[in-house]
Design a protein around this ligand. Structure first.
Ligand code: ATR
Length: 289
């Protein structure tokens, strides 16, 4: 795309951002639709966040993605925060509308759309969510809107308990918590429909690990991992082996990006183009596809 005097800029800010897949995904999407937008990555340390946000306003950046370590702290510099992001307490997408910054969280909706687009209906289902960190919290808030039962299991049990308590005050669905152990997994997985791994267990270089013993998986399950390096984690391989549906973390990454794209452009995101662009980079990096 030819950059001109009217080209608008979107960017990701975080530290580190060098390996982010967002620039390739969004630039491919902007090109596909012929939009006069370009997407770049800015390394912004915690000390620089305030200046970066003032700069985003004064330079007229159209939109931002926000990643580690700023997803919580950035809220202080926004004019508006959408209700989901406010509840989660984390923002990963910002729209700059004539100098007014609005924060959104597209991680949870990205995960829900990833399930939907892969043929998984979570309505009135039992979901097991592994992890209680930032990603798990974003997913839990969206999932709790639709599931019948949500069970949050975490290595550090009190974090799962806190998250379940927070969610229970907002949603009607049955929300419980526990420790991430084989015995709890065994009991909870038996009648579960959906399992989401939002822990870092199985992420490169720890690729031989899985948060779930393989013999506890069953063919009625749909398993989604939020890890995309490797694209097929041990958990997903084990899920496939027993005939369960397996959805890669790349799907969540793509759909959280697609939702952000639509917030900035008001155009439907060219999801296949974004997926191809991301896979292309991952292959070049030697990520096992
Ligand atoms: P993110 O923003 O990706 O969610 P995070 O907030 O650091 O990252 O959360 C990481 C999650 O992975 C947490 O739920 C963490 O469990 P703890 O709360 O007990 O730390 C989980 N996790 C990381 N390493 C783990 C391991 N070896 N076994 C089990 N869970 C692990």
């Amino acid at each position: 795309m030819a950059i001109s005097g009217t080209t608008k800029v979107c960017a990701i800010i975080g530290d580190p951002v060098d390996h982010s897949l967002s620039p390739v995904m969004h630039n491919a999407a902007f090109n596909e639709l012929g939009l006069n937008l370009v997407y770049v990555a800015f390394t912004v340390t915690a000390n620089e966040l305030k200046d970066a946000m003032l700069g985003a306003k004064s330079l007229g950046l159209r939109g931002l993605n926000v990643t580690m370590p700023h997803k919580n702290a950035v809220i202080d510099y926004l004019d508006f925060v959408d209700s989901t992001a406010e509840k989660i307490g984390a923002v990963n997408t910002i729209l700059n509308n004539r100098g007014k910054l609005t924060g959104y969280n597209t991680d949870g909706s990205g995960a829900m759309i990833a399930l939907q687009e892969n043929g998984v209906d979570i309505e009135e289902k039992k979901m097991l969510l592994l992890g209680a960190g930032g990603a798990a919290k974003a997913i839990a808030y969206k999932a709790a809107e639709d599931v019948d039962e949500l069970v949050i299991l975490n290595r550090t049990e009190y974090k799962a308990k806190q998250l379940a308590k927070l969610l229970s005050s907002t949603f009607d669905s049955k929300i419980t918590s526990g420790t991430l152990s084989s015995s709890v997994l065994k009991a909870e997985l038996e009648n579960a429909d959906v399992l989401i791994n939002a822990t870092s267990v199985g992420m490169h270089p720890d690729i031989e690990s899985s948060p779930v013993p393989s013999d506890l998986l069953h063919s009625n399950l749909c398993v989604m991992d939020i890890i995309y390096n490797p694209l097929t984690t041990k958990l997903l391989n084990d899920a496939k082996s027993v005939g369960a549906t397996a959805i890669s973390g790349l799907e969540m990454l793509i759909y959280q990006g697609a939702v952000a794209f639509e917030i900035w452009t008001n155009c439907p995101a060219p999801v296949e183009v974004m997926r191809d662009a991301a896979i292309n980079v991952l292959e070049k990096r030697g990520v096992h596809c």
